[in-house]
Ligand binder design. Structure first.
Ligand code: ATP
Ligand code: MG
Length: 717
């Protein structure tokens, strides 16, 4: 029969093939890591195309841009040049909103605010409401609002939970924040989802059209969907319930962002006619690695038990390494990688180093640099978080959407042009009184009472300059960026500066120009400014990932989802870090931390090393660390336990695995006194250890100059 003979299906197992060929009706692919879920999705798309389904009816949703790129790459090889829409939920929603903006009270040219920008608006909202934040922080308020949005609780429906201390504040400030966002014609990341979910709910005709348009929908990593995302795919799969989702409840790691495991656990209830496919064979990892993963995840109580097996070889033992200090940890890993690269055993790209929070990467970066091993830190946001990049983009944002208050506040006096705080406050007052955007208020500078003539002139000049830049709105983006750099004096200021830092800024702006010209090349015919801005605000944390380049990959465990590498190191497996200290008294959070380590472990194909250090810098001090309780859950007798030198010869710093001392290094004498250099090198490292939510960590300022492009990722197939 046709199906059985197609080369497209040859490389699949029976179970995988069953999933690929099930096109009509709901489908749930429930399977552990490395079992081919993502592979099934790509083959399924190719199979649908081969069966004559038009590309435009297919929608494949992923969680990161990188995952989408990877999928596109794999599909390109199976079925070249097909216009199947693949992308993240956020991108999909941004696209929907462009078409239906006015239905939710936005303008078509709305801006997407990143965390920084939305914080500015939140601050204005707090000021307007006259709220005093002595007992809480803007971060906490922002998180509460975000949580509400992910659960589709809109501003008018928000009710504080009893005993929830900041609830009362959120109740006041959330509506004001939304009002200001709409006035700026702007959305935050969560709004993208919420607006679309509500749009689909309140406009049956639009819902019906889109359901008809996207008849075949696939969601990879469905275990990480939150209520808003769930509502969207559900709404698009009513008349045509051809919804296929893949997921692994054991890999659900976004509970902190509102992901709801019940979405996958209850899929069978939502779609009674669902076909369920279970894939049990792992094709990625050795038996040793899979066994360790299995032993760990068994400690979670809230899970359906499932067996993982592989026909892959037994492979090397998983290694568990103890180091006296984080510095030894970093140096030894770097030396080992350098050794394997120099002896030709592996290439840099075969290695990945994972950590719980970005702050942990610095020392390893340093060690890799010393060994002259190329590496990349997967954290695309960093580039766009740089001050100079954000400044220039803010000018572009204003050209595209003159109502954008956050953009205006950002650059009204950058570079400095004599518009002081009190002038800005006066403009804000006018904007508030008349409920108009700041730029409109600024246009009235000449008539604002109490404003010094000099200030009014400075503001008028600023407005005139913006209008001048606005005349270039439809020019190619590269030209527009160049124009902004010149007209605003931004380039000149940096060029005249003696500071090394400013030279680095100039280099980054060059990088932005490069990105703009690449964008122009990809989008001939102009009219690209809005798209360019959208692209740069939706860069996800994994976007700087270039798997073509031969570099060691460093990333957080969260970013590692869905990927695979021949050799993996997971560092800093210590109490308070992994599991994170926030999960200490919360069994559910602890289980999520365990799943996070499980995700990390199951990325490894051949070699896996888990490490921890007995002393780690904490707020500028060497502090004793405690091995992660998760390490205690692993079958250590089946692992290779290593001391200070990772097993190559017996260096004097070698530490035997001694359970008691590992468990409570505080009781130890300072056997390995902290080195002075450590203190110097490490001082700032843990400054931000208190705000360890991955999203916040993404904003850490980078030391390295990063490449800008998001390379197409070579497929794992
Ligand atoms: P994760 O849960 O980690 O996202 P996954 O279930 O999506 O994993 P894939 O990434 O699709 O797994 O597959 C893991 C690896 O196994 C890939 O390298 C893939 O090419 C390979 N693989 C999957 N199925 C097969 C198969 N039938 N034959 C050969 N290789 C396969
Ligand atoms: Mg996958």
């Amino acid at each position: 029969d046709h199906a059985l003979r197609s080369p497209l299906l040859d490389s699949l197992t029976d179970a995988q093939r069953a999933a690929v060929c099930h096109i009509e009706g709901p489908l749930l692919i429930l399977a552990g890591p490395g079992s081919g879920k993502t592979r099934v999705v790509t083959h399924r798309v190719a199979w649908m195309l081969a069966s004559g389904i038009p590309a435009r009816q297919i929608l494949a949703l992923t969680f990161t841009n990188k995952a989408a790129d990877e999928m596109r790459g794999r599909l390109e090889r199976l079925a070249p040049r097909q216009a199947v829409w693949m992308g993240t939920f956020h991108r999909f929603c941004a696209r929907m909103l462009r078409s239906y903006a006015e239905l939710v009270g936005l303008r078509e040219n709305f801006s997407i605010y990143d965390t920084d920008d939305s914080r500015k608006i939140l601050q204005i909202a707090l000021d307007e409401e006259g709220i005093d934040l002595t007992h809480t922080s803007p971060d906490a308020i922002a998180q509460a609002i975000s949580w509400a949005k992910n659960n589709l609780v809109t501003a008018d429906r928000y009710e504080p939970r009893r005993g929830h201390a900041i609830g009362g504040i959120v109740e006041k400030v959330y509506p004001t924040y939304q009002k200001l966002m709409l006035r700026s014609s702007a959305v935050d990341f969560d709004d993208l989802l919420v607006h679309v979910a509500i749009l689909l709910k309140e406009n049956p005709e639009v819902r019906r059209q889109l359901d008809e348009r996207y008849r075949y929908i696939m969601v990879d990593e469905y275990q990480d969907t939150n209520l808003a995302q769930y509502t969207i795919v559900r709404a698009l799969s009513i008349d045509h319930p051809n919804l296929a989702v893949t997921g692994d409840p054991d890999q659900s790691i976004y509970g902190w962002r509102g992901a709801n495991l019940s979405n996958i656990l209850e899929f069978e209830k939502d779609y009674p006619k669902v076909k369920v496919v279970r894939l049990e064979q792992n094709y990625r990892s050795t038996k040793s690695i899979l066994h360790i993963a299995d032993q760990l995840i068994r400690h979670n109580i809230r899970r359906k038990e499932k067996d993982l097996f592989t026909d892959n070889p037994q492979g090397n033992r998983v290694r568990l390494a103890t180091f006296p200090t984080q510095r030894d940890e970093a140096e030894t890993i770097a030396e080992e990688i350098a050794h394997e690269v120099r002896t030709g055993k592996r290439r840099p790209r075969d290695f990945a180093i994972f950590y719980r929070t970005n702050a942990l990467s610095r020392q390893i970066e340093h060690a890799l640099r010393e060994q002259v091993i190329p590496y990349q830190i997967v954290n695309g946001l960093e580039f766009y978080q740089r001050k100079e990049i954000k400044d220039v983009l803010a000018y572009l944002q204003l050209v595209n959407n003159p109502r954008s208050d956050a953009a205006l506040l950002r650059i009204i006096n950058t570079p400095t042009r004599g518009i002081g705080k009190s002038t800005i406050a006066k403009i804000q007052e006018v904007a508030r009184d008349r409920a108009i955007p700041l730029l409109d208020a600024a246009r009235m500078a000449g008539t604002i009472s109490g404003l010094a003539k000099k200030s009014a002139v400075a503001v008028a000049k600023f407005v005139a300059m913006l209008d001048l830049i606005g005349t270039k709105a439809t020019a190619p983006v590269e030209e527009l960026v160049g124009y902004v750099l010149t007209e605003t004096g931004y380039r000149e200021v940096l060029e005249n500066s003696e500071a090394e830092e400013d030279h680095e800024r100039l280099a980054n702006l060059e990088e932005l120009l490069t990105a703009a010209s690449e964008f122009d090349l990809r989008n001939p015919g102009g009219a690209g400014l809005e798209q360019f801005l959208e692209d740069s605000s939706l860069v996800a944390d994994t976007d700087a990932f270039e798997s073509d380049s031969d570099k060691v990959t460093m990333m957080t465990l969260h970013a590692a989802k869905g990927l695979e590498f021949p050799a993996v190191y997971i560092v800093a497996c210590e109490e308070g870090l992994l599991p994170h200290e926030r999960s200490r008294r919360d069994e559910e959070k602890l289980e999520e931390e365990r799943r996070l380590l499980f995700v990390g472990i199951t990325r490894a194909m051949q070699d896996l090393t888990l490490t921890w250090a007995q002393y780690r810098m904490f707020r500028g001090q060497q502090a004793p660390a405690v091995a992660s309780s998760f390490l205690m859950e692993l079958p250590r007798h089946e692992m290779e336990l290593i001391g200070g030198n990772m097993g190559r010869g017996s260096a004097p710093r070698y530490l035997a695995w001694d359970e008691e001392s590992q468990l409570s290094p505080e009781d130890d004498d300072l056997e390995f006194p902290p080195r002075e250099q450590d203190a110097l090198i490490d001082a700032p490292m843990y400054d931000d250890v208190n705000q360890l939510e991955p999203e916040e960590m993404q904003t850490r300022k980078a030391k390295e100059s990063k490449t800008f492009s998001s390379g197409i990722v070579t497929a794992a197939d």
